[in-house]
Design a protein around this ligand. Structure first.
Ligand SMILES: [Zn+2]
Length: 156
């Protein structure tokens, strides 16, 4: 069913931008890291009665986008809802993703919901943690070794 989501490639690009911006290396994704790279986004708990039966809501307020989520939800559900609403904020509410990718159009509310669900699913999909081979990087070399490396390059 995920193949049927319109603008799938653009949504995956937006997720990749967020992952890149937070330096995501795999493992469990922390939503607070995502919120840190989206400074125009405000997230606040809301009373269930103010949400009119919804689990969360995203609204544009001037230059900001506000996400409200049901404060009575258990934590795993809150995380799912906030990730979904971040999808609406980036894809549908003009909140710039970290590299300024534009959002995506949606023809119906159902399509918009499917796009936000897809964004949230991909954002939070558990990826295997990468192990950076630090010893092979030039930053890992002691200063004299780096200088020697520069000399080698200059001699050519
Ligand atoms: Zn939604």
């Amino acid at each position: 069913m995920a193949d049927a989501v319109p603008y799938r490639a653009e949504i995956l690009a937006a997720v990749a931008c967020v992952h890149h911006a937070i330096g995501y290396q795999g493992g469990r994704l922390e939503l607070r890291d995502v919120l840190e790279v989206l400074p125009g986004l405000l997230v606040a708990p809301m009373e269930p009665r103010d949400l009119l039966g919804r689990a969360g809501v995203t609204m544009r307020i001037g230059y900001h986008v506000k996400i409200g989520f049901d404060s009575s939800l258990p934590l795993p559900e809150r995380r799912r809802v906030v990730a979904h609403e971040i999808g609406h904020a980036i894809l549908h509410c003009g909140l710039l993703s970290p590299n300024g990718l534009p959002g995506v159009p949606f023809a119906t509310e159902a399509v918009g919901e499917a796009q936000a669900d897809f964004f949230a699913q991909e954002l939070r999909a558990l990826r295997r943690a990468k192990r950076a081979p630090r010893s092979s990087r030039s930053e890992g070399l002691p200063p004299h070794a780096r200088a020697a490396k520069r000399k080698d390059l200059g001699a050519r």
